[in-house]
Design a protein around this ligand. Structure first.
Ligand SMILES: C[S@@+](CC[C@H](N)C(=O)[O-])C[C@H]1O[C@@H](n2cnc3c(N)ncnc32)[C@H](O)[C@@H]1O
Length: 450
């Protein structure tokens, strides 16, 4: 039996979903963060549960040939990346194997993942920076949350955030310090600034600043606008967001635009998109284009199809592919995102589209009632929890010829595909690495009616 603080030598026999090393000691599973398959390591047991334990690496006795020096100063403490100690190309193989195993367990048909689309330059890819601001040892600090905690660690160069966004965040923080504007204290609900968010349209170079505040009363507002826009002329808009609730949710519901129009633009392919403070927009635009191109390739559109973009956000996938379709319908639960989707369709001169606000599971059955509208191709891009069963049943009922399922969570994808398998054949599966350095992965699946 293992006990806390035991020290032992183990071999890493696999890697789990989050990249963690897995080893065994007399049939007892030990999770070893940062262990890599094939390595021999000396560990100290830090936590023991009924059937498994956690170990911390004390010494790497035999390193993997895929182990690399992590390129980030705060990597070992930060809650963001978890694969920076692994060679990038090998991390792609790990992700592919992990998704393959998850699908294999759930599906009847054995299917090979055909490709994983990686990045040539896999740093500084995120177009949306969200740095918490708080109090550590009585001082206002900005940085990243430590792993499994809300302690803020200062970080000089985050390897996944866009460099322009990082510069803007540092300039904002300098202003806060110079004007003694306090960070938010989660323990007593005091202090003003909770988060600094900076979004960039990487193709337009337009920047949006969002200050998430405990109160909309931001001191020296005019001076701030002058200071930050002079230092960063590509800032197109600044928004104050009110969040005075005791919550982990970053953004509150109320926005006040204090500079510019309250939105920025970006391009995906040749389509232009409007981004508002609360709207979902994929965070890795370079990979998003590759992902959408793969989805469009899987859809094999000829120009005669009625397509549905379900869970459409601001309409990106549908609008991206609408030039190749006869008619586009989009459904999304967030009202503002649908407003943006309608405007995005207008901006791109797309007349063959209609967008509906509401839950897919409620709106889709109503829309398809009486079978006046029949989808030929459906793009499904649900949140991490996957599709609602009613939405799947509706699709199984109306039988679109093709369903292109895009997923950021292999577990819920496997569950949903197992249901679709009843009527659909899984034709192709491809992965796209939208989140290098982390264990997250995006999957795109082509389903064809049997
Ligand atoms: C993974 S995002 C995809 C957005 C978009 N397809 C894109 O690529 O930018 C999932 C979207 O589903 C929306 N959503 C979540 N639950 C929903 C539901 N039950 N019905 C409709 N939309 C939902 C979220 O607001 C979010 O915009």
């Amino acid at each position: 039996m293992l006990s806390k603080n035991d020290e032992l030598e183990v071999e890493i026999i696999d890697n789990g979903f989050e990249g963690e090393g897995i080893s065994k000691y007399e049939d007892f599973v030990i999770f070893v963060p940062e262990g890599i398959l094939g390595e021999k390591v000396k560990i100290k047991i830090v936590k023991v549960q009924k059937n498994f334990a956690y170990g911390k690496i004390l010494e790497i006795i035999k390193p993997s040939k895929y182990r690399v020096e992590a390129d980030c100063d705060t990597y070992s403490k930060c809650g963001g990346c978890n694969l920076r100690h692994i060679d990038y190309k090998y991390s792609l193989e790990m992700k592919k194997k992990s998704v393959q195993n998850t699908l294999k367990k759930a599906l009847k048909k054995k299917i090979e993942i055909e490709d994983i689309i990686g990045m040539d330059d896999f740093c500084y890819y995120r177009n949306k920076l969200q740095f918490p601001v708080g109090i550590e040892n009585g001082k206002t600090v900005m940085g990243v949350f430590a792993r499994r905690s809300h302690r803020i660690i200062e970080n000089m160069d985050c390897k996944i955030q866009n460099k322009n966004c990082q510069k803007v965040s540092k300039d904002i923080f300098e202003f806060l310090k110079n004007h003694e504007i306090s960070g938010y204290n989660e323990e007593n609900g005091q202090g003003l600034v909770r988060h600094i968010i900076v979004r960039i349209g990487v193709k337009t170079n337009e920047i949006m600043v969002i200050l998430v505040l405990n109160s909309l009363d931001f001191p020296c507002e005019e001076e701030f606008i002058d200071f930050i826009t002079k230092k960063n002329p590509n800032i197109k808009t600044i928004v104050k967001n009110l969040n005075n609730k005791n919550t982990n949710v970053i953004l509150g519901k109320e926005n006040k635009v204090i500079f510019g129009d309250g939105y920025i633009f970006d391009y995906l392919g040749d389509k232009k998109f409007k981004i508002s403070p609360l709207s979902f927009y994929q965070v890795n635009p370079v990979q998003t284009e590759k992902l959408y191109n793969k989805a469009v390739e899987f859809a094999e559109l000829t120009g005669t199809e009625t397509i549905f973009d379900l869970y459409c956000g601001v309409g990106t996938i549908g609008i991206f592919s609408s030039g190749k379709a006869k008619k586009l319908y989009g459904i999304e639960t967030i009202e503002n995102a649908i407003k943006d989707a309608r405007e995005n369709a207008k901006i791109n001169n797309i007349e063959n589209s209609e967008f509906f606000v509401g839950n897919v599971e409620e709106v889709l059955p109503k829309l398809l009632e009486g079978r006046k509208i029949k989808p030929d191709v459906v793009f499904l891009d649900p949140p991490r929890k996957g599709c609602d069963k009613t939405a799947i049943d509706t699709l199984l009922n109306v039988e679109p010829k093709k369903i292109i399922y895009i997923s950021c969570n292999p577990a819920s994808l496997a569950r949903d595909l197992a249901i679709f398998e009843e009527k659909y054949e899984i034709k192709r599966i491809c992965l796209c690495d939208m989140f290098p350095g982390t264990s997250h992965i995006e999957t795109v699946v082509k389903l064809e009616l049997k």
